[in-house]
Design a protein around this ligand. Structure first.
Ligand code: PMP
Length: 389
């Protein structure tokens, strides 16, 4: 039976980690995997998380099961942060904890399928796991071009929405688009929200990088605009980037719907969670809850997030200041958002960057902006100029 299984392609980014580790050139640069790095190239545990973990160790008196919805204190504490104080009080949003943002996306898409959704419309390129989750759930995918010439391709989005069938849903990145870094403006979000409302198209919002773009409030504008316009929406959330909790798998899933219908909808969420992972892991979500329930820890966390954002902004500004590097126009990177940007390089050029310059990036041309530092950015720009000249 098992011998029939064909080998699956290795995850390209994980393969890149191995190649990078095996490279003994001292000045190698890792722009591959999507984690934040300090100027020393480290991905340390946040001080606020360390503080919360101390409280957790001292006060936790049981590790007994919590149930498929996880830590509801965590789920509630995130609501004003994602939806805003006014919106959070309306009461037409309910949620549950999930294993990472990936669990949130999985649950959102699976729930949409249970409700009758047959296809998901999404912009490409996208986080590769989006398509993988749709495939695993046997859902159709309709793609449109996310960006063109360094800007959002609104025409492509509009025509995809216009062509949508009643059993379609649309997946949208809330902020810090992965992999392009090209986000919708507030005006574009308003336009999109109105289109979704007119068409009656269910949005699945993926908010995995709140706080890594322009700020916690600013990065939530898009999802708030959509949710205050349409009657129903699903939202997947990740705390793995903005709290640096990656391996602890901290995420959530929220549903906005008719208040009366929410309990029945959430019972579907719980039953899907039960079949997929039964219950989410507790530790990281409990640490987030402790931070959010404590004013001093919250201040400390927000300051840490400010530092991360400022460092990435500095790197973006430095790239843009270079103007062009070979055939690559670096100026748009200053106005894009989050951890990622795309370099318009060919497969051969990306390989040459690796072989000739020890610069490692995804085969798609995606770079992790946080892999750049004051110490390596000039070398990176020169390397891009060299391979693309
Ligand atoms: N959505 C997007 C767009 C992402 O880039 C990621 C992480 N790479 C996720 C969701 C899931 O994040 P995690 O499961 O690590 O919380």
């Amino acid at each position: 039976m098992l011998a029939n299984l064909p080998a699956q392609p290795a995850d390209a980014l994980l393969a890149l980690i191995k190649l990078f580790a095996a490279d003994d050139r001292a000045d190698k640069i890792d722009l591959g995997v999507g984690v934040y790095r300090t100027t020393d190239g480290a991905t340390p545990v946040f001080k606020s998380v360390k503080g919360a973990e101390k409280v957790l160790v001292d006060t936790q008196d049981s590790k007994s099961y919590l149930g498929p919805e996880g830590d509801m204190g965590f789920v509630e504490a995130l609501k004003p942060i994602i939806f805003g104080n006014d919106f959070a009080a309306i009461g037409n949003v309910d949620g549950m904890q999930t294993p990472g943002g990936t669990g949130g996306v999985r649950l959102a898409v699976a729930l949409a399928k249970s409700a009758g959704v047959k296809r998901v419309i999404m912009g490409t390129p996208s986080w590769p796991n989006h398509a993988q989750i749709m495939k695993d759930l046997d859902l159709g995918v309709v793609t449109f071009n996310h960006a063109r010439d360094g800007a959002v391709d609104m025409d492509a989005l509009k025509s995809a929405v216009a062509d949508a069938a009643p059993t379609d849903a649309i997946l949208l990145h809330g902020c810090c688009h992965n992999p392009t870094g090209i986000d919708y403006s507030v005006a574009q979000w308003r336009e999109i929200a109105a289109l979704l409302k007119d068409k009656g198209l269910l949005p699945i919002l993926d908010l995995a990088y709140q706080g890594l773009g322009d700020g916690m409030e600013e990065d939530a504008q898009g999802v708030r605009i959509v949710m205050s316009t349409v009657p129903e929406a699903l939202l997947a959330y990740s705390c793995d980037k903005n709290f640096g909790l990656y391996r602890d798998r901290v995420g959530a899933f929220y549903v906005m719907a008719d208040k009366d219908k929410l309990p029945a909808i959430m019972s579907n969420g719980a039953s899907l969670a039960r079949a997929n992972w039964s219950m989410p892991p507790d530790h990281g979500a409990a640490a987030v809850r402790i931070i959010l329930e404590d004013a001093a820890l919250t201040q400390q966390w927000l300051a840490e997030l400010d530092d991360m954002r400022a460092r990435m902004r500095q790197m973006r500004d430095k790239l843009a200041a270079a103007g062009t590097a070979g055939s690559v126009d670096m100026t748009p990177y200053a106005t894009q958002h989050g951890l990622f940007a795309m370099l318009p390089l060919s497969k051969e050029q990306i390989e040459a960057l690796r072989d000739d310059h020890a610069v490692y990036m995804a085969g798609s041309g995606r770079i992790n902006i946080a892999g750049l530092t004051a110490g390596n950015i000039d070398k990176f720009i020169a390397a891009v100029a060299d391979v693309s000249a």
